[in-house]
Ligand binder design. Structure first.
Ligand code: THU
Length: 130
């Protein structure tokens, strides 16, 4: 899948977001090493705390289907600003793909590409637990 196609998949997920409280839809498309793509959207809850971000929805869908090796993730927002993953999502992404490429895509279809090490330096990971 091309970068443009991965970004389009993330942007399509904006329509699936369940965001009655924030009105801030986010879409994600996570590409596995074998090319399989899992998508996700944010899913909010009246109790706020149980809400789930788009990135984690995509990761949990993938892991629950037996996929753990990830190459790239595209994250789409319906704003002109780019939406970088929150701290909790950075931690979850780091668990499975510490070198992940992260492509942010805005409402205009513009992209900004970063790496997870850039977004999440001095990270905590399972290696320290022995
Ligand atoms: N959100 C995501 O889904 N991903 C991010 O990277 C940042 C924030 C969601 C959580 C909540 O549903 C809404 O955006 C506003 O914070």
């Amino acid at each position: 899948m091309t970068t443009q196609e991965l970004c389009a998949a993330a942007r399509r997920m904006l329509a699936m977001a369940y965001v009655p409280y924030s009105h801030f839809p986010v879409g994600a498309a996570l590409e596995c090493m074998d090319g399989t793509v899992f998508t996700g959207c944010n899913i909010e809850n009246a109790a706020y705390g149980p809400s789930n971000c788009a990135e984690r929805t995509a990761v949990f869908k993938a892991v629950s289907e037996g996929y753990r090796d990830f190459r790239r993730i595209a994250i789409a927002a319906d704003t002109e600003d780019f939406c970088a993953p929150c701290g909790v999502c950075r931690q979850v992404l780091h668990e499975f793909a510490p070198k992940l490429e992260v492509i942010l895509v805005n409402r205009l279809g513009e992209t900004r590409t970063l790496t997870l090490p850039e977004l999440f330096p001095h990270s905590f990971g399972g290696d320290i637990l022995g």
